[in-house]
Ligand binder design. Structure first.
Ligand code: ZN
Length: 415
């Protein structure tokens, strides 16, 4: 039976965030939402800082930039092979960086808009031996044809059967850019004129279709984002409130509400980079909360960037979560067939261990995902309360770990 006062608080915060219409990445609505959450945190007597950074309003636009540069490089292949090779390689490196949460690639030539993280800190009563970061993103994604549920299910079932990194939705772009580079080198060395081959026709078809689909998504409307991720923010605040009202001698809690997750994990990456010295001083683990309003809770076992890079969550932390779930008689859903990425990727690639808690419905499906129907009337609030209880238990378990530096946070990250 959920705690009724906490349930009401969660419902109210989700409703307040939803009432803004949307919280599109790096928009004034995202800013208004951050100010609203800041007020809630300050009402809990938590010291909060607002960390501003250059964000981006559209992940679609950032990917589109790489598709366009890649297509231009393909078009130049037989006439200007050297220019084509340079352009393909630059696009490849930029695409790898930007889709792995390093935001300084080709799309940074376009103005991105201001965004912000909220950083709440509850210090330890005595000397802090460890830090736990409870994290949830505040911004919402743009909708588009891409997210139409039937198409999404079909694509997911095709990708789900693909081997290894081919499961990542845009690993194929990395492959195409590398193949173009090799073809460019062959064209450069060959004295014989090479005619456009079937391969190049296939690449062109890929670029044109991807540019149309991604282009439509790039300018789509922002969704209300009740499930993704007002639920995570409400859960993070509920957990912070419990923490603030109890005694914690040697563990510091950071409440990190990120901006621009949906446009490329920018807020989480900015936070990790700005705090690298503090992160080196005290062992830190994160608990990332994303999309908690479906009936079955679910732990991500790995993060997979669109380009195919896979980072595994530390097995020791997963084990800990599984044993807590068993004690609480919580049934966790199966792993996603198609890998996905969250703010957790930005932490794991920087060597910060942690866990991501999310939820889905039967068949690994999140209804209303990135659609205008992502509204609170479609949420299972009991599940958000279960997630809050679970997150709370995980925090307490982490707090009980050993006191020597090597023991305070279990588990190694592997990327
Ligand atoms: Zn999300």
């Amino acid at each position: 039976m959920p705690n009724q006062t906490e349930l009401l608080r969660i419902k109210n915060l989700v409703a307040e965030l939803e009432a803004l219409g949307h919280r599109g990445s790096a928009t004034s609505n995202e800013r208004a939402a951050a100010e609203l959450v800041q007020e809630h945190l300050e009402n809990l007597d938590i010291e909060v800082k607002l960390q501003s950074f250059n964000g981006h309003t559209s992940y679609g636009t950032r990917i589109l930039v790489h598709l366009l540069f890649g297509f231009i490089a393909l078009a130049l292949l037989f006439w200007f092979p050297l220019i084509s090779i340079c352009l393909s390689l630059t696009t490849f490196v930029s695409f790898l960086l930007e889709t792995s949460s390093f935001p300084n690639g080709l799309s940074s030539i376009f103005s991105g808009g201001k965004s912000q993280n909220l950083i709440g800190r509850i210090p330890a009563n005595k000397q802090a031996l460890r830090r736990i970061v409870i994290c949830a993103h505040l911004d919402t994604q743009r909708t588009g044809w891409l997210w139409e549920p039937r198409k999404l299910k079909t694509v997911a079932s095709i990708l789900g059967q693909a081997p290894g990194p081919l499961k990542a939705p845009l690993f194929v772009l990395s492959l195409i850019l590398l193949t173009q580079t090799v073809l460019g080198i062959i064209a450069l060395q060959s004295t014989v004129n090479v005619e456009p081959s079937l391969l190049l026709i296939v690449f062109s078809v890929f670029y044109v279709s991807a540019i149309v689909v991604v282009g439509q998504w790039a300018v789509g409307s922002f969704v209300p984002g009740a499930n993704d991720n007002a639920t995570g923010v409400a859960c993070a605040l509920a957990v912070a409130m419990r923490w603030e009202r109890s005694e914690h001698d040697d563990t510091e809690l950071t409440v990190l509400i990120t901006g621009c997750e949906e446009s490329g994990l920018i807020g989480a990456a900015v936070w990790a980079r700005a705090h690298q010295n503090e992160l080196a001083e005290i062992p830190t683990a994160f608990l990332n909360l994303d999309t908690l309003g479906c009936r079955q809770l679910h732990l991500l076992e790995n993060e997979c960037a669109l380009n195919g890079l896979v980072c595994e969550y530390p097995e020791a932390l997963l084990e800990l979560c599984r044993s807590v779930a068993t004690e609480m008689s919580l049934e966790m859903a199966e792993s996603h067939v198609v890998p996905t990425h969250t703010d957790g990727l930005a932490f794991l690639v920087r060597g910060i261990p942690g866990i991501t808690l999310t939820s889905n419905e039967v068949g690994n499906f999140v209804p209303n995902y990135h659609l205008m129907s992502d509204r609170s009337e479609n949420l299972d609030f009991a599940s958000i309360c279960r997630a809050t209880d679970f997150a709370w238990r995980i925090l307490l378990e982490l707090e009980d770990f050993g006191t020597t530096k090597a023991e305070v946070i279990p588990g190694e990250v592997s990327c």
